[in-house]
Design a protein around this ligand. Structure first.
Ligand SMILES: C[S@@+](CC[C@H](N)C(=O)[O-])C[C@H]1O[C@@H](n2cnc3c(N)ncnc32)[C@H](O)[C@@H]1O
Length: 250
């Protein structure tokens, strides 16, 4: 029987008990981990690489900086950061061990393992002291987090004064016709591709539903300000299919 006092949240288009969501998200990423990188290329036709490079252009990594890459998965953001910033280091934190395992294999292959640490943990309760990092990134991760505001507050806590937050996430197209065309593609094509390539339709159905549930650019910018960040701004990518949000701890 359902408990009326139980807090609920969404898992894609389903309402679920708040304390069940993380386990369900963990199930999705455990299931897709070994095919995650190839699926990203196929689903986005390689465009996720352009967006991640745009994130680095705006972030402008500097030598010696210490990055915390939350929901870092297989390490795409950290690898890019380290390639641009000699002597920098990165901690990749993710709640799904299988994603980190794939990332570690890539780090070994690219001979970057010395500058990386891989930590299993939750964005809503980071296992770090206050004021530790120069940069906090979260790329295509925050929409999966049960309490987004808690994750933003944790980002603020672990950044050093002067540190910077940057979020890459799917967003909303301001033009309704384009949004409709994009929905047609994502709801009809992506779950089928998930079935064909990863043998997992349901995980990709969740992914497209979770994109539609994520707040629009202005709402998300407000949430970042509420966590304490200053100079918050955003840039649309591919007309708003995705967006970058930036904020500073000052
Ligand atoms: C779509 S992947 C993104 C991976 C990588 N950042 C990228 O851009 O390719 C989302 C990741 O978020 C992780 N994740 C979801 N909720 C999380 C949470 N509360 N704390 C830490 N990681 C989380 C998942 O395990 C998954 O690896």
């Amino acid at each position: 029987m359902s408990n009326p006092d139980q807090k609920t949240t969404h898992f894609g288009f389903k309402d679920v008990a708040e304390d069940q969501k993380a386990g369900m998200v963990h199930g999705v990423f455990t299931s897709v981990a070994s095919k995650y990188d190839i699926m990203n290329d196929v689903m986005s036709m390689g465009i996720h690489r352009v967006w991640k490079d745009a994130m680095m252009d705006w972030l402008a990594p500097r030598p010696g900086q210490r990055l915390l890459d939350v929901a870092g998965g297989t390490g795409d953001i950290s690898f890019r950061f380290l390639k641009r910033a000699p002597g920098a280091s990165s901690v990749v934190l993710d709640m799904t061990e299988s994603m980190l395992v794939e990332g570690r294999k890539r780090a070994e292959a690219e001979q970057m393992a010395d500058h990386l640490d891989w930590v299993t943990g939750d964005a809503m309760s980071l296992p770090f002291e206050d004021n530790q990092f120069d940069v906090y990134t979260i790329s295509f991760g925050i929409r999966n987090v049960t309490r987004i505001q808690d994750a933003l507050c944790e980002a603020y806590r672990v950044l050093k004064p002067g540190g910077r937050l940057m979020v890459l996430e799917f967003s909303q197209l301001p033009n309704p016709m384009m949004q409709k065309a994009y929905d047609l593609y994502s709801f009809n094509v992506i779950p089928q591709m998930g079935q064909l390539i990863a043998g997992d339709r349901d995980s990709y159905q969740y992914l497209v539903e979770s994109i539609r549930k994520f707040p629009d650019q202005e709402t998300f910018a407000r949430m970042i300000r509420e966590a304490g960040f200053a100079n918050v701004s955003y840039r649309n990518l591919s007309l708003g299919i995705a967006a970058l949000h930036s904020g500073w701890k000052i």
